[in-house]
Write a new protein. Structure first.
Length: 112
């Protein structure tokens, strides 16, 4: 009887470890491709477009396809006003490339 109890405990431990192993493997999977453009680059791209750059120009500048530029800009259409402010703040933390004038241009052209 003692041996049966020991076997049951071992089987339960094995099951728990298998479940834990399965969960850890699931968490390790990245779930797709890595994004080519990070958040900061996307924000710069939106601001460049607002400043008058063409999609072809942006594709050359950021070394990506025209389709990716188009997709990134279309994602930006759904961005709220607060997200635009946050994008601008992200850009200005490290880079003074865009001034207040660029921010005003960005807000004046969009539906705010």
């Amino acid at each position: 009887m003692n041996q049966e109890k020991y076997i049951r405990v071992l089987e339960e431990t094995i099951n728990k470890l298998q479940e834990e192993n399965h969960e850890l493997k699931r968490k390790l999977k990245s779930g797709g491709r890595k994004e080519k453009l990070n958040t900061r680059t996307k924000a710069y791209m939106r601001l460049d477009k607002e400043a008058g750059a063409t999609i072809r120009d942006l594709a050359e500048k950021y070394e990506c396809s025209i389709g990716l530029v188009h997709k990134t800009l279309n994602e930006g259409k759904e961005v709220s006003t607060m997200d635009k402010v946050l994008d601008f703040e992200i850009l200005n933390k490290d880079d003074a490339r865009y001034s207040k004038m660029a921010a005003q241009q960005m807000f004046s052209r969009n539906k705010i």
